[in-house]
Design a protein around this ligand. Structure first.
Ligand code: 4AD
Ligand code: MG
Length: 481
């Protein structure tokens, strides 16, 4: 007898009706010694098995308890009860993995509402809940949609190194990787640790971004993207930062900043569209969850759109594009500014704070915003200098609820200017000889961006803490599992 997955049963129920089949999964609930709800992770829905208890002995039935893994075999029939279309008349069952009911009581497997904090503490079990089943199926669907988007447009997926000897990008604090004995490291003449004796013969870190290497690849392959883990050692314990997160970084030769904005917008819309179309059941569940959560909030903190509505909004509306300079003017003219509602100052040259970004997206424009042409001083050395001499061809995409979801730029392709920038930023040119080299041989304008994958998943699932959209979050003081 073939084992059928529940997603398939519910999709193609008619073809299995009247047939004997087997389903395997975990018991979500067992009512009246008769109705067992089984979930196998293939979709949100359970299959109901109907057990005629006269046919089985009491001891056997006892082993069917919440959390246990079982197999049920029998005839698939149209359901008599409400809530499901088909159900399985159980003729035989087998306990594959028992679950002690007393022990289950102490876990999140117990079928009742648990706090997200508790679910995080039991991250090894949270895959078995409706919420996290939905989140991680959507996470999968989004990563597939991303690969599909780039593949359809002829981009090459590039695997950039995770261990890196360069610290030049300056995107964040780095984690050092070393095989030296921490108790007794080799020292140089000045008494400093001699990394020349370390595994790679130099100091090596976990990468903060694959961009610099992606640029090298784009200057030969034309258009590439990365999709890999990146690491930042900042001590930022916020609901939007992880120490280990996944980033997607496309890089395109001959694209200027405006092309880059077009690509970002098309990319984000396309992935959102894919989720609306392909993750309907999971999205429905999360949409409800989101609505309930919003209802708990004070009126003035509620989002004016539901979860599905905000995703649809992104798909159907152009993003608002404006320069950093214009954004500062908008902020300075705002009521919030005049009433001194902003905690941080607003003036040309400042790094925008999350309160400013949220104001622009959620209050002023009520749509995704692309800010461009930032002051050179607050952005990275590799961003292309604009003709005004003050700003660079940078862009950030700001999303409702999430804030910055994408950061990107046109890159400085002119060797002399790049050299001057290295000097300004105190970057050893020699350390980046390979990066500089590409500006000597057929250098061309090129652009790219980085999207934080978890920020996207927060947006798509309506989860407000980034720790809930990655299976095992790494944050300061936390590397469990
Ligand atoms: O703005 P960032 O630092 O840009 C870069 O790393 C560039 N090299 C990208 C490029 O042009 N190729 O990071 C890009 C995005 C941010 O917009 C944000 O979505 C996400 O990565 N991000 C984080 N996500 C989770 N936790 C963190 N600590 C993050 N830091 C950045
Ligand atoms: Mg950024």
């Amino acid at each position: 007898m073939a084992r059928i997955k529940i997603s398939e049963l519910l999709k193609n129920g008619a073809t299995f009706l009247g047939q004997k089949i087997e389903v395997k999964g975990w018991v979500r609930a067992f009512r009246s010694k008769r109705f067992v709800q089984l979930n196998d992770g293939s979709c949100m829905a359970n299959i109901q098995g109907v057990i005629d208890y006269d046919n089985f002995d009491e001891e056997q039935l006892k082993a069917i308890s919440t959390g246990a893994a079982i197999s049920i075999k029998g005839l698939l029939v149209e359901s008599q009860g409400a809530g499901q279309v088909v159900e399985l008349q159980v003729e035989a069952f087998e306990i594959i993995g028992a679950a002690d009911p007393d022990a289950v009581q102490k876990t999140i497997l117990q079928p009742k509402k648990h706090s997200l904090d508790l679910l995080r503490e039991q991250a090894h079990l949270r895959f078995r809940t409706n919420t996290f089943g939905a989140i991680f199926r959507i996470r999968h669907a989004a990563s597939f949609a991303i690969h599909q988007f780039f593949n359809e447009r002829g981009f090459n997926y590039i695997h950039t190194p995770i261990l890196t000897g360069s610290d030049a990008e300056g995107a964040g604090e780095m984690f050092r990787v070393s095989t030296l004995d921490p108790k007794n490291p080799p020292l140089d003449d000045d008494g400093n640790i001699d990394y020349g004796k370390d595994f790679f013969g130099k100091q090596v870190n976990l990468t903060v971004s694959g961009q610099l290497e992606a640029e090298l690849a784009a200057l030969g392959l034309g258009q590439v993207y990365t999709f890999g883990p990146t690491f930042r050692a900042e001590n930022s314990n916020t609901s939007r930062h992880l120490a280990e997160f996944w980033m997607i970084e496309p890089e395109v030769a001959f694209n200027d900043l405006s092309d880059n904005m077009d690509l970002t917008e098309e990319f984000l819309q396309s992935v959102c569209q894919y989720i609306l179309k392909n993750s309907e059941e999971d999205l429905n569940f999360l949409d409800n969850r989101y609505a309930q959560e919003q209802n708990q909030k004070p009126q003035n903190e509620r989002s004016h759109l539901g979860l599905r509505e905000s995703i649809e909004f992104v798909v159907n509306n152009q993003f608002k594009r404006l320069s950093y300079t214009e954004a500062i003017e908008v902020l300075q003219k705002s009521k919030a500014y005049k009433k001194k509602k902003f905690q941080f100052p607003v003036e040309w040259g400042i790094d925008l704070q999350s309160e400013h970004e949220r104001y622009l997206v959620e209050k002023e424009f009520k749509c995704p915003v692309i800010l461009c042409d930032y002051p050179a001083d607050i952005k990275a050395f590799y961003m292309r200098q604009n003709d005004d001499g003050k700003t660079v061809a940078a862009m950030d995409v700001l999303f409702p609820g999430v804030g910055e979801i994408v950061g990107g730029s046109q890159r400085e392709e002119r060797l002399e200017i790049l050299k001057a920038k290295c000097k300004d930023f105190d970057i050893e040119e020699d350390e980046l000889w390979w990066y500089m080299d590409t500006r000597k041989f057929g250098s061309v304008p090129h652009s790219g961006f980085g999207m934080g994958f978890e920020r996207l998943i927060m947006f798509l699932t309506g989860m407000s803490n980034i720790r809930d959209v990655i299976p095992f979050p790494r944050t300061p003081d936390n590397a469990e599992f």
